[in-house]
Each structure stands twice: as C-alpha cells, then as structure tokens.
Design a protein around this ligand. Structure first.
Ligand SMILES: Nc1ncnc2c1ncn2[C@@H]1O[C@H](COS(=O)(=O)NC(=O)[C@@H](N)CS)[C@@H](O)[C@H]1O
Ligand SMILES: [Zn+2]
Length: 482
C-alpha cells in the first residue's frame, strides 16, 4: 500500500490517493478532466442519486432526458448566458466527412436545450396556466472547458453526474416558492449525507449567467477552502423572453413564465469523502455505503469450519434484515482486510473468531470512532441498526462543529487577513452593499465573496464598511474556493 498523506497534513494528495486506492475513479483516462467511474465509486454515487430521485418524486418533478448536443442557433439566444458560457463550451463542427452547416455544442448545462421545447414556437410543452408549475429534472453528463486546475470529482471537464432541475411558474412569487422548496430538498439530502453547509446569496457580479439571483451552498473542505456543492437560480422571465415561453392566463391574456433551476453534481461525493474522511481513508454514512457491514472471520488453525459457519449465519441474518452486508472470505490476513475496509469507509465491521462462535458473541468495530465493542449474538441486528443511527448523528455533529469552527466574524480587513492565514474557512465582514467595496475586499483578501447569508443578510448593528466607512447594511462572506 502506498503510504497515504494524512487527511490533516496534505488534503489534496490524500484526496487523490483515496479516490484511486478506494476504487472510486480511474484518473488515467486519456482526456484531461475526464475520469472513469469504477464499480465501488459508482455504487456510492448511485446511492446518493437514489435520494435525489426520491426528493424529486416527493416534490412532483418529472424526470426527462435531453440530447447532449445543442445547435449554435439555440445556444445563442440569451445574451448573458452565452457571455457566461462562451469560453467554456466544446464545439462539434464535423460529422463523418462532412462539415456541419449548423455547428453544435456539447451541453454545459441544459437551459438552451430544454427551453425551445417549453416554447410554443417549438415543443409547445407550456401553453396555459394549467401547465404550471412545470417541473422537470435530469441527471446527465455535461461538458465544460474548465481552464482552472482540474481535480477528480471537484473540477472536471465532463461533469458526468450533473443534476439539473428546471421549473416554470405563473409569476415571480411562485418561482420564489420553488426556490424555497429547492432549499428544503437540498437540506433533506444533506441530512442523508450528514453534511453541514451554508447558503449564500451570490453578489450581483458573480451570479449564474442569465439569472436574476443565484444562491450557492458551500461546505468548508479540510484545507479550509470552500466547495460549492449546489446552486439554485431564479431566472425571473429572462429566459422566457429570449425563448418566447408564454402562457395563457385564466383571464385569456398572455404572460411570460418565470423560471428557476437547481444544480448539483458529483461534488456531493467529493464533499462526503473529504468531510467525513480521516487518516485511514473514507468514512461513509450508512445511508449511502454500498456495504454497510463487512464480516471478517478470524479463523484459528484447526477451528476454521466453526468460524466460517458462524460468520455465514451472521451474514444470512443481516441480509434477511435488509442490511447491505459482505462476508470477506479472501485469502488474506485479517489485519490486511481491516486496513482495506477502513480505506473504503465501510461503517461497521464485524470480527468473529472461535471464542465468539463458542460463547455466541460478536465483536463490532465502528469506522467513525474506531471503537470496538463485544455484544451477544442475539442482539446483533438491533445493535447494528442502533449503531447506524449513532454513526449518522456523530458524523453530522462532527461536520457541524467543523463548519462552525471555520466561520469567523470580524470587523476589519486586517482581522480578515489574519483569519485566512490562521485557518482559512469563511470570513464574515460588515459591508455597505455596493459593488466596488465588495470587489475591493475580494482583491485585498485574495478571496471570493460567496455573498450574503440567505435568507437573512443579518444587517449588523452600528458597523461600518471597512472600505468606504459608510454604514454596513449586510454581512458579506469571503472564502478561498475550489
Ligand atoms: N467543473 C465542475 N466539476 C464538478 N462539478 C461542477 C463543476 N462546475 C459546476 N459544478 C457543480 O454543478 C452545480 C451546478 O452548476 S452551476 O453552473 O452552478 N448551475 C447551473 O449550471 C444551472 N443551470 C443549474 S443546473 C454547481 O453548484 C457545482 O456544484
Ligand atoms: Zn463600502
């Protein structure tokens, strides 16, 4: 085994090593920023996606599947959107021996693929108020010609597990209601992943191209930089005007729809690996672990049969109880197996030796706290279920403490610079609200403004903007980001 860099010492090396050694992705694919999903990594991602599908079902979103190619003519309809993505799209100009008369792009996100189908000029999916609210989503691969340093799961050029929900509404207020629902969906998902996060309203100069406003969900990674793991955008009628998406109101008049989008990606898995991980590798929440319990037999010379049959009995009982269990019968020493399953983040390990078979006991090791207990055989299933709940609680608390200990509120730029030198994370500073002060602070701090706390920007009492000295109307959040 390669001696892995410590999670706390050199996070990015640790992260790259774990991605490889735990069997998440194979980074040797011959296109920069594109990786191959390996079986174990894909199983974890599918378990995360299962929760997304459940939330989409619960909130009445319909799953669709759009083509990956978009004609240049459709892509170029919304000015701001193009400006934002022009430098990021991959073009298709030829097919076979022919040059294409209309060039195509590989979708970087699917607004310009979907909205022609909403419009009565093309797909006519939306015609009347009776069609609203219209709520669809897809989980697909999208392509962005990222020029910043690419990293597996975190910044890739093929975002292969890109979740995008697109909705249309009768008016601004109903689109606002949708944003609130998106926040609820996101919160339910984060509870399943036991991850604490903050929501910030992006500054005017950093919102999604074509959006009226953008919300970003951030986590603080082990190296103190923040990772945006979800975004919700309110488009107002910006895209409706560009794509002519109008509907007939009950009184017979017509109006443009108001729209929202909600996006996430494989960064969710990056956050789970990074935030819950430790020096021995991944620590997977039982909710998404492909193997929730691994059984490692500890055979003794001449007593192998007794141990294996006891282990098989336990495997059967856990399987019948609906627990994802794996009995490891590989011809390897127990210690080697412990190391391997700890690296893969299996939440609970069961060890059984000859004494356990005789005394009807079971040794249970929990991956998060690295503690071991011995219990009686008959309480096994209840104990394992109890342990899953306790692990979820512990991981959620540890993630909350980590986040809160990496958000610091200060009054001056000097204090902010110290905070970044000390442990990075998120720094909160009073702000008057106008752009040049915000940009000045970004420059001074060599950090990005994540925005203001959402939903309430927490106007600080009697504080001054550190740049212009005027009365501060908001708290502004800054961070070094991925
Ligand atoms: N290069 C990338 N690699 C991995 N994930 C990414 C990358 N770029 C963006 N993401 C993730 O994808 C999410 C949605 O992307 S986005 O640009 O913010 N928003 C949109 O594209 C909107 N159309 C909502 S779907 C982001 O919140 C981020 O978590
Ligand atoms: Zn100011």
């Amino acid at each position: 085994m390669v001696e892995r860099k410590k999670w706390s010492e050199n996070f990015s090396e640790w992260f790259n090593d774990v991605i490889e050694e735990a069997g998440i992705l194979d980074k040797r694919y011959p296109v920069k920023g594109m990786n191959v999903w390996l079986p174990y990594g894909l199983k974890i991602m599918r378990n995360i996606e299962r929760f997304i599908h459940e939330e989409m079902e619960r909130t009445g979103h319909q799953e669709v599947l759009f083509p990956a190619l978009i004609p240049e003519t459709e892509f170029k309809k919304e000015a701001e959107h193009i400006a934002g993505f022009e430098g990021e799209v991959f073009w298709i100009t030829h097919a076979g021996h022919d040059e294409l008369d209309v060039k195509l792009i590989l979708r970087p996100t699917s607004e310009t693929a979907i909205y022609p189908m909403f419009s009565k000029d093309r797909g006519g999916w939306i015609r009347s108020h009776a069609d609203l609210p219209f709520k669809i989503y897809q989980i697909v691969n999208v392509y962005r010609y990222e020029t910043k340093h690419t990293r597996p799961l975190i910044r890739v050029r093929e975002i292969s597990r890109f979740f995008e929900a697109h909705t249309a509404h009768v008016d601004f207020e109903d689109a606002e209601r949708q944003i609130k629902e998106d926040l609820e969906i996101f919160d339910n998902l984060m509870k399943k992943l036991a991850i604490a996060y903050i929501i910030s309203k992006r500054p005017e100069w950093d919102k999604f191209p074509g959006a009226y406003y953008s919300l970003g969900a951030e986590v603080v990674m082990p190296d103190g930089r923040t990772l945006q793991i979800g975004t919700m955008h309110h488009y107002k009628d910006n895209f409706a005007r560009a794509y002519n998406i109008i509907y007939e109101k009950e009184d017979g008049t017509h109006a443009y729809v108001h729209q929202t989008t909600f996006g996430m990606s494989e960064r969710l898995l990056a956050a789970v690996i990074a935030i819950h991980g430790d020096d021995r590798g991944m620590v997977l929440p039982p909710t998404i672990a492909p193997i929730q319990v691994v059984i490692v037999p500890i055979p003794k010379k001449g007593e192998e049969e007794k141990v294996y049959s006891y282990a098989k009995e336990i495997e059967e009982e856990l399987k019948t109880a609906g627990i994802r269990v794996h009995l490891d019968l590989r011809d390897k020493r127990p210690g080697w197996k412990f190391y391997d399953w700890e690296l893969k983040g299996v939440p609970v390990r069961i060890e059984v030796g000859p004494r356990d078979a005789e005394n009807m006991t079971v040794v249970i090791a929990r991956r998060d706290k690295l503690e071991k207990i011995t219990i009686s055989r008959e309480e096994l299933v209840d104990k394992v279920r109890e342990l899953f709940d306790d692990i979820m609680k512990y991981l959620a608390e540890r993630s909350r403490e980590w986040l809160e200990s990496h958000i610091k509120r200060v009054d001056t730029l000097e204090e902010a610079k110290e905070a970044f030198e000390d442990r990075r994370g998120v720094v909160e500073i009073p702000w008057c609200g106008n752009e040049e002060c915000g940009l000045k602070m970004e420059e001074e701090l060599e950090a990005k403004m994540l925005g203001t706390p959402y939903p309430n920007p927490e106007a600080p009492e009697g504080k001054k903007c550190p740049v212009c000295g005027r009365e501060a109307k908001f708290i502004a959040r800054f961070a070094r980001t991925y």
